[in-house]
Design a protein around this ligand. Structure first.
Ligand code: ATP
Ligand code: MG
Ligand code: FE
Length: 342
């Protein structure tokens, strides 16, 4: 099917034209980062208004880039949740308008399902696989037995990995979102310079905890104020190493426990060069098949929404025009999907 996909769950307005849930004809992403950076984080009402300003232009650009007219579209997929309610409503309203005007089917998609399946736009991966979803709001390990078949193995008990990056970045005076900035600083630092804790590493669960790590950075800065200036590279590298080490070792434990030697890493934090390196090293050592989407497909984009969107539409699933935003929507509760089965 030729689909238009829309994503507006947080601070990126994105529209993509994707054929058969695999071939990306266009993937336009308008980021609001500059607007929110001024406030040190995403301001929900500003996000909604920015989506409203950008969405029509982004859709037009996606169609133009793809060389596709509205009349050729065969379906619409839109992020239904999780995310900011007001932000989600913008994408959902536009999706409904287009589907209604064109009389083509509409389907609401889970944003995290999009992150997990983005990999299929580049690489085929067989089921089952272990998926690590690490983003601004999630640090989850899943067992994936097929599209729509997700079992949560573990998750963060406090901050998400991306949130930890962003909070630590703020502590050392870096602009929002800090993940990329820490990654850049870490490149010139020594990851072994400071021994930060590896929270929950031996607790036998697949859960994560990152808030203590943020406190450890704060405590270290209290004792070594010079680290905030001359020692920033080592600080960033050591913090990043702690996060990546925990993420990689818990993923390795999930592989060992399930015997599933296939791993997908997804979400914005999967852009992190330290995480990509440590995952690649682990996969290499253990003979594990590893797939990580290229950075553009790891962070928020609409093309990833088209992957599950196409799958569900092609199987006859439809969302009704009463489709509502789901700000909280755990992936293993996809049955909450407000749509009609075929
Ligand atoms: P969710 O997907 O959980 O709803 P989100 O959509 O806001 O949250 P993403 O856009 O998937 O999150 O990811 C954004 C997060 O990724 C931010 O916290 C950002 O700092 C982090 N991030 C992006 N690039 C990097 C990087 N190179 N290193 C570390 N973190 C990064
Ligand atoms: Mg974002
Ligand atoms: Fe995301």
């Amino acid at each position: 099917m030729l689909l238009l996909a829309l994503e507006s769950s947080c601070d990126e307005t994105s529209a993509a034209v994707v054929r058969d849930g695999r071939t990306v004809l266009s993937n336009v992403i308008a980021s609001q980062i500059d607007v929110h950076a001024e406030y040190g984080g995403v301001v929900p009402e500003i996000a909604s208004r920015q989506h409203l300003e950008a969405v029509s232009l982004v859709v037009e650009q996606a169609l133009r880039d793809a060389g596709v007219s509205l009349l050729e579209l065969e379906g619409i997929a839109v992020t239904q949740g999780p995310g900011l309610a007001g932000a989600l409503l913008v994408g959902i309203s536009v999706a409904k308008g287009l589907a209604l005007g064109r009389r083509i089917p509409l389907v609401g998609v889970n944003h995290i399902e999009g992150h997990l399946l983005a990999v299929f736009l580049e690489t085929p991966v067989a089921f089952p696989f272990i998926a690590l979803a690490v983003s601004g709001g999630h640090s989850h390990l899943y067992r994936v037995d097929g599209i729509g078949r997700y079992t949560t193995l573990g998750q963060t008990v406090d901050d998400a990995a991306g949130e930890a990056f962003d909070k630590v970045a703020k502590l050392i005076g870096l602009p929002y979102p800090g993940g990329v900035a820490i990654d850049r600083l870490a490149a010139a630092g020594n990851p072994q310079a400071i021994k930060f804790p590896r929270p929950l590493i031996n607790d036998g669960s697949f859960n994560f905890s990152f808030s203590g790590l943020k406190t450890a950075v704060l405590t270290y800065l209290g004792k070594h104020p010079e680290a905030a200036t001359s020692g920033l590279n080592d600080l960033a590298a050591s913090f990043q190493a702690a996060v990546c080490d925990v993420l990689t070792r818990k993923t390795a434990a999930a592989v060992a426990a399930t015997g599933i030697k296939r791993v997908v890493v997804a979400g914005g934090v999967a852009c992190n060069s330290g995480l990509r390196r440590s995952m690649a090293a682990f996969a290499d050592q253990q003979g594990v098949e590893l797939a990580m989407p290229s950075p553009l497909l790891c962070s928020d984009n609409a093309a990833m929404i088209a992957v599950p969107g196409d799958y569900y539409l092609a199987r006859g699933y439809r969302s009704g025009f009463d489709l509502d935003a789901l700000p909280v929507w755990p992936l293993d509760r996809l049955s909450q999907r407000l749509m009609e089965a075929p």
